[in-house]
Write a protein that binds this ligand. Structure first.
Ligand SMILES: Cc1cc2nc3c(=O)[nH]c(=O)nc-3n(C[C@H](O)[C@H](O)[C@H](O)COP(=O)(O)OP(=O)(O)OC[C@H]3O[C@@H](n4cnc5c(N)ncnc54)[C@H](O)[C@@H]3O)c2cc1C
Length: 368
């Protein structure tokens, strides 16, 4: 079976890996270089917090549990950091909200715990913890480095003779048969035939498919992250921290990469803006220093921004198009968390013809 995967972000790469180890002939086409889209900007926190409704929470949860397996398959080279996530609040109303959300998560069996200041300090002795009103710790959450995941998937897929990566080639459209089947792809390097096509082009999905009456509406949701020069370990236990969500000024999410780079993401999904980049480098470091004093004087060396591949209803799009029978579409936020699950399941659905029941609410046909 010949499968063309369009887009070498984390999802296209993981899917290509699973398809190629299961014997499909896979061509992965990327318009720029692998990892050029949202994946390299991502905060890459692997979690199932604040994911509603329950089916979406469960979907993310299943995938969180699959990350250590994928890490093993990829030779433990992908910067997977376990240790969990901490956050705290500084107001009484913030504490009420945190307590509520922790109890709600616990009622689903999600491992997250309310902790007091001394427990927070024993997890992270070097972190300045201002007077706090509540705190939580979710020990099973992780972070990963999407660029390393992409690289390892491509390396391992490339070890088989049935995989090819084509970079610098943009898919411009499709040649259709009987208006319901893709016969070939029109690319900037010519036409290419195949049996199945997987569209994993992230935020470009809506535009790529709209000419073919495949409607995948997207929310406009830009996001940005800052990268520092490498520094010594900033955390003792955890892999990520979120600054108090009840602080009215700037929200910060902080993590560290394998090489010591600190990644700082300002804002959340609810405060998405490329204006995250309005903060000067000094300003960002100064703000981060209030949580991690050792960051004082550290230089920002890179800023990246991208559109989140966010479907209009905030839920994932995973599955075959109802309009074009050999087109499988992936567009999702939380695509880092969901990568192992989507990689595994897309390969089962495409190669085995199975239809996975728990994806029924996430099919592309819901937008017709
Ligand atoms: C600031 C930010 C923070 C985030 N934080 C998290 C987080 O903490 N946890 C989490 O799980 N998720 C997070 N996400 C979301 C997550 O990063 C994305 O869901 C995920 O990276 C999507 O991967 P992808 O492979 O679908 O898309 P992308 O990484 O965008 O890859 C798509 C690729 O397709 C290529 N392409 C596009 N059009 C074409 C074409 N016509 N022909 C050929 N190639 C094409 C692009 O060049 C790109 O390389 C965050 C996203 C952002 C922006």
């Amino acid at each position: 079976m010949n499968v063309i995967v369009i887009g070498a972000g984390i999802l296209g790469s993981v899917i290509s890996y699973y398809l190629s180890i299961r014997g499909a002939n896979v061509t992965l086409i990327e318009k720029n270089e692998p990892g050029d889209g949202a994946s390299q900007v991502s905060f890459a926190w692997i979690n199932s917090r604040d994911k509603h409704p329950s089916e979406y929470h469960e979907l993310n949860r299943k995938s969180v549990d699959m990350w250590s397996g994928l890490n093993n398959r990829l030779g433990n080279k992908i910067g997977l950091k376990t240790g969990g996530e901490i956050r705290w609040t500084i107001t009484d109303s913030g504490a009420v909200n945190l307590n509520k959300s922790v109890h709600l998560l616990q009622s689903t069996g999600y491992p997250v715990f309310l902790i007091d200041k001394s427990e927070l300090q024993s997890l992270e002795p070097n972190l300045i913890s201002e007077p706090l009103t509540a705190a939580s710790y979710s020990p099973n959450e992780m972070t990963v480095e999407p660029v390393r995941v992409i690289q390892e998937c491509i390396n391992l897929a490339g070890k088989s003779s049935n995989f090819e990566l084509i970079t610098g080639t943009e898919v411009k459209g499709f040649v259709l048969e009987k208006n319901s089947h893709i016969k070939s792809l029109i690319t900037s390097s010519g036409e290419m035939e195949c049996d199945y096509i997987i569209s994993a082009v992230g935020a470009d999905t809506t535009d790529l498919l709209s000419d073919y009456e495949v409607n995948i509406p997207r929310l406009y949701s830009p996001g940005a992250t800052f990268f520092t020069e490498p520094v010594d370990n900033i955390f003792t236990t955890v892999s990520a921290m979120h600054s108090p969500r009840d602080r009215k000024d700037v929200l910060m999410n902080i993590r560290q990469l394998l090489d010591g780079t600190v990644q700082i993401h300002m804002g959340t999904d609810k405060f998405p803006s490329t204006s995250d980049l309005k903060y000067s480098d000094e300003n960002v470091v100064e703000l981060a220093t209030q949580y991690i004093p050792s960051l004082r004087g550290t230089k920002i060396v890179e800023k990246k921004q991208a559109l989140r591949p966010m479907p209009i209803d905030g839920q994932s799009v995973i599955g075959f198009s109802e309009k074009l029978d050999n087109l499988y579409i992936i567009m999702t936020h939380s695509g880092v968390t969901l990568a192992p699950l989507i990689g595994e399941i897309a390969s089962i659905e495409i190669l085995e013809g199975a239809r996975v029941d728990f994806l029924s609410n996430f099919r592309p046909g819901r937008f017709i």
